[in-house]
Design a protein around this ligand. Structure first.
Ligand code: PEP
Ligand code: MG
Length: 752
C-alpha cells in the first residue's frame, strides 16, 4: 500500500478522533466530520446519510450539497445510489454517477454537477446505520486506496455512533438501538412473556477505534491471534475423535485463525489508523454483511464461524468476558445466538423468556425451555446485534415473535393477551382437583411428561394423575459426562418421592437421532432418525441400559416401578429388552436389594410396524404408549425436525386417525392399557379427537393439562366420534375443520 495514503488515512482518522473528543452537539460533530473528510479526500462533497427507520435514509450532514437539504432530503433504502449502498451493504464507486442504473436526481441537493460518486456503508457488525458518500466534479473513479480509506472512516463513524457521539439536539442520530424492532422467528415453546433483555454473551465494546501507533497495534493483534490459534488448537485436540461434527466446525475455525488473508486485511486496517480491535470489528462487519446476503447455507455457516472467531479475538484483545458487571434484570428475557442445555438450566426458572437466533424445535435448549415452561422464540435472526442489556422486550413463544423496545400500543395489546391467559389459567387452576370427565361420562386420565428435576413441582400444580413419560435421556444430555448409577438412582428416587405414590413411567434412554450425548462417540449415519437409536443402541450395547435399570430398581426401593422401552419396532426387541430387566431384577435380589412391589413393563409404539405386530406383542406388554411425535413422522415420512415438512401433514388427517383407531382396537382386544404421550396430546382439539378415537390416557406438558381438561369436560366424546365419522365418510382429508365447527357450535350451545 502506498505510504502516502497510509499516512493520509491515519491523519484523517486522527483529525476525526480529535473532533469527536471536542465538546459539541451531535449535529456539530457530524458537520465537522463531513468537512474534514471532504478536505482530506479533496472532494467537493461529503455527505452522511443515516437511517431514520428500517427503510428511510435521511441526509444528516453535508459539505458541498445545499445546506437546506439537511434533514429534508430523504430516500428509501434501495432507492438511488445511496439507497442501493444501504440495501446491499456494498460500496459503489463510479466516475459517471448519472449514467449508473438506479441513479436518482435530487434537485434539492444541487448534486447534478457531480459526476464521480463513492458511497460506502456505515455499519456496525452487520447492523446498517447509514451511508457515507463523497462526490467530485471530476469524472474519475476513486482509487482502491481511497475506497479503503473511506470504509475505514465509515467504520469509525459507526463505532462513534454506537458510543452515542452524535446524540444531541438537532435531531441528528437517534442513539442506535432505540427504535422498536420486530423479530419474526419460529415458536420454540408456547407462552408469552414481558421483561428486559439479558444478553447471554454481551457484545464487546470498542472504545478506542483510532490508534496512533500502528506498530504497537499490529503487535497487539499478532499476540491476540497467536493466543486464539492456541485456544482453537486445544479445542480441536479435545474434540478430535469424540465429536466429528464439532471437530469439523473447529477445523473451519482453525482454517480462519490461520488465514493469511484475514490477518493481512486487519493489518492493513491498522495501517490506515484503526486500533487492533476496530480492525477486527471492521472485518467482522464485512463478513456479517455478506452473511445476510449469502444464499448458500454452507457459506453462511462458514461466515458464522468467522463471526464467532472474531468475537473470541475481540474478547482476547479487550479483556472483556461475559461478565460486564451489569446486573440481571428482575424479569430477564435471555437473548442469545444459541445456548447449551446445561447453561440454560443454570439460569433456570429465573428467566421469563428466551429468544435465540438459532436453535430448532428439537434442540436440547428447546427441550430444556419446554421442561421449564419458559416461552421460547427461535430463529430470531439478528436480535443479538440489535438488543442491548436492559432493553424492554415482549416474547410471544406461541407465534414465534419478539418485540424489542416495543411501542406502547404493542405493550398494551400484549398485556391484554397475557391477562386473558392468566384468567384462563385461573379457570384451569379451579379444575385442578376435578377429573377430565366428558359430558358422556367417560373419564380420560391426564398425565404429564417430564424429564428434569425442574419438572417435578408441576406434578402438584398441574393436577396431573401421574407422570406418563419420564424422558430419562435429559439427565444424560445435560451432563458433560456419563452419570453414575448412584447419581441416577438418587435422581429417580427423588422423582418417585415427589410423585407421592402417583404412577411414574420411566422411559429408558432414548438417544440417537436428534438426541446426541456430548460425551459419546458420534455415529455418522446417513439418516439418524432411521438409524441406530433408542432401544437399538440399548440392545446392541446394553451396558448403559442395564446400569440404568439397576438405578431404577434401587430408586424404587420396594415401591412399584413402571419401565417403558422406546422405539420398539418388533416384538423380539420388546422381549429382549424385558429380559434385561428380568435379569437385573434377579441380580439386585441376589445382592440383597429390595425389589419393587410391582413391575410394569411397557413399550412405546413409535413405528407403524408395531401396530401390525402379532397379537403376542399386545398380550406380552403390560402397557403401550403411542409416541405420536415419532409415529407421525414415520407414518407420513415427514421429518419432525425439518421445518420445511414437519407441519405439512395434520395429525387430524383421516388416515392417521384411522390408524390410531386400529391401534386402540388391538389393545382393547388384548386388554392392554394404552396411552398417547406425543406433543399432540397436549393440544386441546387433538386431545378431543384422540379421546374420541378411544384413547383413555393422555400424557402431555404440564401446562397443557388445564386447557385439555377444560375442553374434555365440555364435550360429549360420542358426539365427537360422530363428527370424525361424518368427516371421514364425506371424504374430508382432515377432520380439523369439522371438529372446529362442531366445537364452536358447542360453545354457542353452552352459552359460553
Ligand atoms: C414421541 O416420539 O412421541 C415421544 C414421546 O418421544 P420423543 O418425543 O422423546 O421422541
Ligand atoms: Mg419418540
Amino acid at each position: 500500500m502506498p505510504e502516502r495514503y497510509e499516512t493520509e488515512s491515519r491523519k484523517l482518522l486522527r483529525r476525526l478522533r480529535d473532533t469527536l473528543a471536542e465538546e459539541g452537539a451531535g449535529q456539530e460533530r457530524l458537520d465537522r466530520i463531513t468537512h474534514i473528510i471532504a478536505d482530506s479526500m479533496r472532494t467537493e462533497v461529503c455527505s452522511i446519510y443515516l437511517l431514520r427507520d428500517a427503510d428511510t435514509l435521511e441526509l444528516c450532514a453535508t459539505e458541498g450539497l445545499k445546506p437546506e437539504a439537511v434533514h429534508q432530503t430523504r430516500l428509501k433504502v434501495g432507492e438511488g445510489l445511496v439507497g442501493r449502498v444501504a440495501r446491499t451493504a456494498r460500496t459503489i464507486n463510479t466516475g459517471d454517477a448519472p449514467a449508473m442504473a438506479g441513479f436518482r436526481y435530487m434537485p434539492e441537493t444541487g448534486e447534478e454537477v457531480y459526476s464521480s460518486f463513492l458511497g460506502v456503508p456505515i455499519q456496525r457488525l452487520g447492523e446498517r446505520l447509514g451511508v457515507l458518500v463523497v462526490q467530485s466534479r471530476e469524472a474519475r473513479e476513486f482509487s482502491e486506496d481511497e475506497v479503503y480509506a473511506l470504509e475505514v472512516v465509515a467504520m469509525v463513524i459507526a463505532e462513534m455512533a454506537e458510543l452515542g457521539a452524535f446524540v444531541g439536539d438537532g435531531g441528528t442520530l437517534g442513539q442506535p438501538h432505540q427504535h422498536p424492532a420486530l423479530f419474526r422467528g419460529g415458536p420454540g415453546q408456547e407462552g408469552e412473556a414481558q421483561g428486559h433483555v439479558w444478553l447471554h454473551e454481551p457484545r464487546v465494546v470498542v472504545t478506542n477505534p483510532v490508534a496512533d501507533d500502528p506498530q504497537a497495534e499490529r503487535e497487539r493483534l499478532q499476540a491476540a491471534v497467536d493466543k486464539l490459534r492456541v485456544s482453537v488448537d486445544d479445542m480441536l485436540a479435545s474434540a478430535q475423535g469424540v465429536d466429528k461434527e464439532q471437530a469439523e466446525v473447529l477445523q473451519a475455525y482453525r482454517m480462519f485463525a490461520h488465514s493469511r488473508g484475514w490477518l493481512r486485511r486487519m493489518e492493513e486496517d491498522i495501517d490506515r489508523g484503526l486500533s487492533a480491535e476496530a480492525a477486527v470489528e471492521k472485518e467482522q462487519s464485512v463478513a456479517r454483511a455478506r452473511l445476510h446476503t449469502a444464499p448458500d447455507p454452507y457459506l453462511r455457516e462458514r461466515l458464522h464461524d468467522l463471526d464467532d472467531l472474531s468475537n473470541r479475538l475481540l474478547r482476547i484483545l479487550t479483556g472483556q468476558g461475559r461478565e460486564t458487571g451489569a446486573e440481571m434484570p428482575a424479569d430477564p428475557i435471555l437473548v442469545a445466538r444459541s445456548i447449551g442445555p446445561g447453561e440454560l438450566l443454570d439460569y433456570g426458572r429465573r428467566l421469563r423468556g428466551i429468544v435465540l437466533e438459532e436453535g430448532s424445535v428439537g434442540s436440547h435448549a428447546a427441550i430444556v425451555a419446554r421442561a421449564l415452561a419458559i416461552p421460547l422464540v427461535i430463529h430470531a435472526e439478528g436480535i443479538t446485534t440489535e438488543a442491548l442489556n436492559g432493553d424492554p422486550i415482549l416474547v410471544d413463544g406461541t407465534e414465534g415473535v419478539a418485540h424489542l423496545r416495543p411501542e406502547e400500543s404493542v405493550v398494551t395489546a400484549f398485556r391484554d393477551k397475557i391477562a386473558m391467559q392468566a384468567q384462563a389459567q385461573e379457570r384451569y387452576a379451579s379444575l385442578r382437583d376435578k377429573t377430565a370427565t366428558a359430558r358422556c361420562g367417560t373419564t380420560v386420565a391426564l398425565d404429564m411428561n417430564a424429564g428434569l428435576m425442574a419438572d417435578l413441582p408441576s406434578l402438584e400444580g398441574s393436577g396431573a394423575d401421574g407422570v406418563g413419560l419420564f424422558r430419562t435421556e435429559l439427565q444424560f444430555l445435560i451432563n458433560n459426562k456419563m452419570p453414575k448409577r448412584g447419581e441416577l438412582a438418587a435422581i429417580y428416587a427423588r422423582v418417585l418421592d415427589a410423585a407421592k405414590g402417583r404412577r411414574v413411567v420411566f422411559r429408558t434412554l432414548d438417544i440417537g437421532s436428534d438426541k446426541v450425548l456430548p460425551y459419546m462417540k458420534r455415529q455418522e449415519e446417513p439418516n439418524p432418525a432411521l438409524g441406530w437409536r433408542a432401544i437399538r443402541v440399548g440392545l446392541d450395547k446394553p451396558g448403559v441400559m442395564r446400569m440404568q435399570l439397576q438405578a431404577l430398581i434401587r430408586a424404587a426401593g420396594g415401591r412399584p416401578l413402571a419401565v417403558m422401552f422406546p422405539f420398539i419396532a418388533q416384538v423380539e426387541e420388546f422381549l429382549a429388552a424385558r429380559e434385561h430387566l428380568t435379569r437385573e431384577l434377579e441380580r439386585e435380589e441376589r445382592l440383597g436389594h429390595p425389589l419393587p412391589e410391582r413391575v410394569e413393563v411397557g413399550a412405546m409404539l413409535e413405528t407403524p410396524s408395531l401396530a401390525f405386530a402379532s397379537r403376542r406383542f399386545f398380550e406380552e406388554a403390560d402397557f403401550i404408549s403411542i409416541g405420536g411425535n415419532d409415529l407421525k413422522q414415520f407414518f407420513f415420512a415427514a421429518d419432525r425436525e425439518n421445518e420445511r415438512v414437519r407441519r405439512r401433514y395434520d395429525t387430524l388427517n383421516v388416515s392417521f386417525l384411522t390408524f390410531l383407531g386400529q391401534i386402540v382396537d388391538r389393545c382393547a382386544e388384548a386388554e392392554t392399557p394404552l396411552s398417547f404421550c406425543g406433543e399432540d396430546a397436549g393440544r386441546p382439539i387433538e386431545a378431543i379427537c384422540l379421546a374420541a378415537m378411544g384413547l383413555r390416557r393422555l400424557s402431555m406438558r404440564p401446562a397443557s393439562i388445564g386447557p385439555v381438561k377444560h375442553l374434555i369436560r365440555r364435550v360429549d366424546l360420542g358426539e365427537a366420534r360422530d363428527v370424525i365419522e361424518t368427516a371421514r365418510n364425506r371424504g374430508d382429508q382432515s377432520v380439523r375443520p369439522a371438529m372446529r365447527d362442531w366445537l364452536a357450535s358447542q360453545r354457542q350451545g353452552n352459552g359460553a
